[in-house]
Design a protein around this ligand. Sequence first.
Ligand SMILES: *Cc1c(COP(=O)(O)O)cnc(C)c1O
Length: 401
Amino acid sequence: MSTTDFLPMPDNSGFFGEYGGQQLPPELKEIMDGINDAYLEIKDTDAFKNELADLMTHFVGRPSPVYHAKNLTKKCGGAQIYLKREDLNHTGAHKINHCLGEALLAKHMGKTKVLAETGAGQHGVALASACSLVGIQCEIHMGEVDIEKEHPNVIRMKILGADVIPVSRGTRTLKDAVDSAFEAYLQDPVNSLYAIGSVVGPHPFPMMVRDFQSIVGIEARAQFMTMENALPDYLIACVGGGSNAMGLFTAFLEDGKVQMIGVEPSGKGLDTPDHAATMSKGSPGVIHGFSCYLLQDNEGEPLPVYSIASGLDYPGVGPQHCYLKDIERVQYETATDKECLDAFMDLSREEGIIPALESAHAVAYAMKLAATLDKDQRILINLSGRGDKDIDFVAERLNLE
Ligand SMILES: *Cc1c(COP(=O)(O)O)cnc(C)c1O
């Protein structure tokens, strides 16, 4: 299997079971179908595949290692814990995998500009990096509230040559940035490409972003076989939109014995409004052009959501995850802010690895699970990103100064 092989799902209309599709007016559907056609045409050409593979190796630094976290294992006193080190990628997280794919796709489609929204700025920085490499203009829409909060990432994007467009409408956060970026995209869909930041949005994005991320699991499966001559018993990944989780899970979906767990943020508690546990608390609905489990009010409007990890606070979730939940192939669990912070410190102190707060949710759940399992069982965590971006916040929360 190569990075971009077309995996059997979704169907031709972009549905994973009853989720996904294109919940859009006809003129937008046409634009999305155009992207789908171009993607299907380009993705298996040698020119595209070779260029992407070469950049994955020499620019991103792939393959990222699988690391046996022996100290953390010992602390938990149960199953062996392993980490897929996506935090070691250039730009510090898994997001570069799909940003590079999307920027390269835009170039091969003859586009001159890539547009996107960003919340905390992680997607914006990864995309800006990919665009300067590929030589394509990059325009990032960002809410004014987020611009103020995430100053270093705003500067990074500017240094990388991106145009950062402040969004002053609504709550001046991520959802408004999505609307603004999408409107800007619609002004010139012929010369530009909208680059979605996770396995969400209308078809073909959930499929495309998954295909670009699937390199994580393809590598991990082979690495694990080489190291252990066995497959992991459990895969664990945090779930915001769900791209790093789909990236790890996809190559193992047919390995019936491998159990998979997606971890969402329960924030201040599932019995409070301050969480983003879409799978536990959501119901089927529509957001940003696709259907999925959704945290919504009685009118079907997305609810404000909360997580200590800004990469996880999305009220929807990728449509393939919804399908995998319904067929019970993947189990969805949660970790609280407190569990996340404890895991953040534990991984830092035991292993010398500072995780992103997003990834620390997966670590938190894995530590709990490991303690209940035997020593001959194996858990593989997708360590989706590094925590440098989070240190000031953590220092303040834990009074480290
Ligand atoms: C953005 C981000 C996430 C959440 O996105 P998914 O699409 O759910 O993977 C997780 N971890 C890190 C480090 C991120 O930057």
